[in-house]
Design a protein around this ligand. Structure first.
Ligand code: NAD
Ligand code: DAU
Length: 342
């Protein structure tokens, strides 16, 4: 019997990269294809330990490039698509929204056409809780799969648009799909533009940590390895056409997160600098994961064990993130933030 072929888009990024490693190691009987354009957020050095394995393959391509994607699907006849590739940073979507529409909306539509053309067995679209908009600070309220879509940023609007296209290809063409909507991830290989790796890397370098507004906004944190296990489960056992929320009830204010990291690294809270708030800054995200739990998923990390593992990982992999923050990222940081002193 021929091996099953799984196409993972965005497998050079943070979550996609962790997922590719998880799948290559867990399923030697599958061929895992990592398709990625290698934008600023993509990096292949993270795959050194798997890149020579027989079941790992890399394709450099743009998901929005129809002339490349359609023939590739015809040639390889993938069994499954797990679609992570996206522009993922909210702040960048505020300054440059257009690329978010191109990649996240048009790119998804091209992949859907290609998947439809070859009769894919499952198209799993990795989405986000941000499509639901924001919650207020009432701790008894959560996003469920029935919460209406009310995206507030250009990023979340582009993700919601792609979710609707995925749904429409299921309704119109019977494409076998799932959509997962996860809360904030953290863990190894998280790009240092995002709050947790930004804080760890800057605290380690004794640099100021920019906290938006008063730091009271709440995010619901999930370790990326728990997210990978959730996607594996939905890919294999999710009911076709269904949406699954992914989250582990780990709500923290941004200030709590930053203070936890500073304390763990034995540094001073004087490193915190409150800066101008993000435009349209969503107050709170919190996931109700009951539907996924009924499928058999539960997270293995608490926030305490996960953040300790993550901080240790950044201490052990300084070469990885120091290379990133010294490159093009440096210019981005200077443009995005103006801190009191560097
Ligand atoms: P990331 O920015 O770290 O990685 C995105 C990857 O996609 C990069 O490797 C990049 O090179 C690639 N890419 C971008 N444009 C492409 C294109 N046109 N063609 C091919 N590849 C392209 O993102 P991430 O944080 O790993 O997020 C992955 C997915 O998970 C996204 O769809 C995001 O919306 C979703 N998500 C992220 C989080 C989170 O907390 N990071 C939470 C929930 C959902
Ligand atoms: O909820 C899932 C989403 O989580 C994903 O869909 C996105 O792809 C991912 O980037 C993430 O979005 P957030 O905007 O929540 O993540 P970010 O790390 O950018 O910010 C987390 C919180 O920290 C948010 O309230 C803004 C705040 N923040 C962020 C940065 C970068 C700061 O206070 N200072 C900062 O410098």
């Amino acid at each position: 019997m021929s091996k099953k072929k799984v196409l993972v888009t965005g497998g050079a990024g943070f979550i996609g990269g962790n997922f590719v490693q998880y799948m290559v190691n867990k399923y030697p009987e599958y061929d895992i294809y990592n398709l990625d354009l290698l934008t600023y957020a993509g990096d292949l050095t993270k795959h050194r330990e798997i890149e020579n394995k027989e079941n790992y393959h890399f394709v450099k391509a743009d998901i929005a490039d129809r002339n490349t994607i359609l023939p590739l699907f015809e040639k390889e006849q993938f069994d499954y698509v797990v679609h992570f590739a996206a522009e993922s940073h909210v702040d960048r979507s505020i300054t440059e929204p257009e690329i978010f529409v191109r990649t996240n909306v048009l790119g998804t539509q091209v992949l859907l056409d290609a998947a439809k053309q070859i009769g894919i067995k499952k198209f799993l679209h990795v989405s986000t809780d941000e499509v639901y908009g924001e919650l207020d600070f009432d701790p008894t309220t959560f996003f469920t799969e029935e919460t209406p879509l009310q995206p507030n940023s250009p990023y979340s609007a582009s993700k919601a648009s792609s979710d609707l296209l995925v749904r429409a290809y299921h309704e119109t063409f019977g494409l076998p799909i799932n959509i997962t909507r996860c809360s904030n991830n953290y863990g190894p290989y998280h790009f240092p533009e995002k709050l947790i790796p930004l804080t760890i890397s800057r605290v380690l370098n004794d640099q100021k940590v920019p906290v938006y507004g008063n730091g009271g906004n709440i995010r619901d944190w999930l370790h990326v390895h728990d997210h990978c296990a959730a996607i594996d489960l939905v890919l294999h056992q999710g009911e076709v056409g269904e949406i699954y929320n992914v989250g582990g009830h780990n709500e923290r204010t941004n200030l709590e997160v930053v203070k936890t990291i500073i304390k763990a690294l034995g540094k001073s809270e004087d490193l915190i600098e409150f800066v101008q708030d993000r435009l349209g800054h969503d107050k709170r995200y919190a996931i109700d994961p009951t539907k996924l739990e009924k499928l058999g998923w539960k997270p293995t990390y608490t926030f305490e064990t996960g953040i300790a593992q993550t901080i240790q990982w950044y201490l052990d992999h300084k070469d990885w993130w120091e290379r990133i923050i010294s490159g093009e990222y440096k210019k981005y940081f200077e443009k995005q933030y103006s801190l009191s002193k560097e």
